[in-house]
Design a protein around this ligand. Structure first.
Ligand code: COA
Ligand code: ZN
Length: 375
């Protein structure tokens, strides 16, 4: 059992549910290896019944697990259906995760089951899966829109049937941190179970809700690299890992690997991060305005929550009309150009009168032409 907080990375399952994203077998295996090297506690490797290539990739991942190359716990996804459970069990994964929609909306319009029928289906599927000897997690899909008393009954049913973990899924991303805490505060007395939180990002609240879930008793938060997943995705692995380090001093992943993971998943998913994406976006540690850069030069802690080197990232700053003399002097010194105060003012005047961003080459060209004019 996980006793301290950790991350379950679902890039290979939830992440591949992103519109347009399909990984091939070697990409899946490489992503799993990188996630394990980054020390994430759990990897949701896929839903093996979905296709033969997902099945065979999970098989290869399990071979690497058995040889010790992969260390993270490997999880296979499954509906509450015997054929899904059989497929997952045949791979001898570390855990089978059985999901079932438990809100009135899902019961009425998706599975067309009454509450009693749903409880029986969930009980039977979990009992069947645990009879294989493989640990089972139950995911209460759409838990955040489920009556709290019915959710408690569902959790008790899942635990009685043999599940030792239950995932509380905010499937539509409708929670806030307060509402997340309300759910966990109302289920935390149920014995013999630990909780996961699975939060979608439809209204941009997923990461904040993940932190609230951990504070209220969840021990695992589901994430995907770059926040991939159905619609707009779930909690980004890089954001959750940094939140857990900053606010809880928990090492849920090797932070130094976050940039490499993010870049690899950009390449394999074909979905590029906007530069202003938190943590691993190209502008995460790029500073612009003069007052900020002046502070950074004196002490980077003035405008950086963490040293970018801890994240495998680099600090930089841009030069344009927002720059001040300290930024310009620092930039030029980095290029091996040392100018006196009056020359710095002269160059800065030109920059202020040109509405453009100056690359190193632009700056060199401008300084050379100023020198020529003086000759
Ligand atoms: N447990 C049991 N049954 C479930 C379920 C669950 N958690 N969730 C949905 N179902 C049922 C639906 O009621 C529907 O049943 P029906 O066939 O009796 O009408 C069926 O599963 C889903 O419909 P559909 O996807 O059209 O059926 P399918 O048999 O052609 O394909 C999959 C099933 C799982 C193989 C296919 O949907 C697939 O490859 N899905 C990708 C994985 C996925 O959907 N994951 C969601 C994770 S949140
Ligand atoms: Zn999801």
């Amino acid at each position: 059992m996980v006793t301290k907080a950790g991350i379950l990375d679902s890039t290979l399952r939830e992440g591949e549910q992103t519109p347009g994203v399909l990984f091939n077998r070697s990409q899946r295996v490489e992503i799993a290896r990188m996630l394990s090297d980054a020390h994430v506690a759990m990897i949701e490797a896929g839903h093996p019944l979905v296709s033969a290539d997902i099945y065979s990739a999970i098989k290869e991942i399990m071979e690497l697990k058995q040889s010790g190359t992969i260390q993270s716990e490997i999880i296979a996804h499954s509906r509450a259906v015997a054929a899904d459970v059989d497929s997952a069990a045949s791979l001898n994964v570390d855990r089978i995760a059985i999901f079932y929609g438990v809100s009135d909306m899902h019961l009425r319009y998706k599975t067309h089951k009454s509450k009693t029928e749903a409880m029986d289906i969930i009980y039977d599927a979990i009992s069947y899966a645990t009879s294989t000897g493989i640990p089972v997690r139950f995911t209460a899909e759409d838990a955040s829109r489920t009556d709290i008393n019915f959710l408690r009954n569902i959790i008790k049913t899942a635990v009685e049937a043999g599940a030792d973990r239950v995932s509380i899924a905010d499937t539509l991303g409708v929670l806030t941190p307060d509402k997340t805490r309300f759910i966990f505060n109302n289920i935390s007395d149920i014995k013999d179970v630990e909780y996961d939180f699975h939060g979608h990002n439809d209204m941009g609240m997923a990461a904040a809700n993940g932190l609230a879930a951990l504070e209220a008793g969840a021990t695992i938060v589901h994430t995907t690299v770059n926040g991939l997943g159905e619609r707009v995705g779930i909690i980004p692995t890089q954001i959750m890992a940094v939140l857990m380090k900053y606010h809880m001093d928990v090492d849920a992943a090797n932070l130094l690997m976050l940039k490499a993971l993010s870049a690899k998943v950009e390449e394999y998913s074909g979905i590029n991060l906007p530069p202003n994406y938190p943590v691993t976006g190209n502008y995460a540690f790029t500073h612009k305005s003069g007052v900020h850069v002046d502070g950074i030069i004196s002490n980077a802690g003035t405008y950086e929550f963490m040293d970018p080197a801890m994240l495998g990232m680099h600090r930089s700053f841009t030069i344009d009309k927002y720059s001040g003399k300290h930024a310009l002097r620092e930039k030029l010194m980095g290029m091996g150009i040392n100018l006196g105060d009056s020359e710095i003012s002269e160059v800065l005047d030109k920059i202020k009168n040109n509405n453009m961003v100056y690359s190193d080459e632009d700056l060199k060209a401008m300084i050379n032409s100023s020198d020529n004019q003086r000759c």
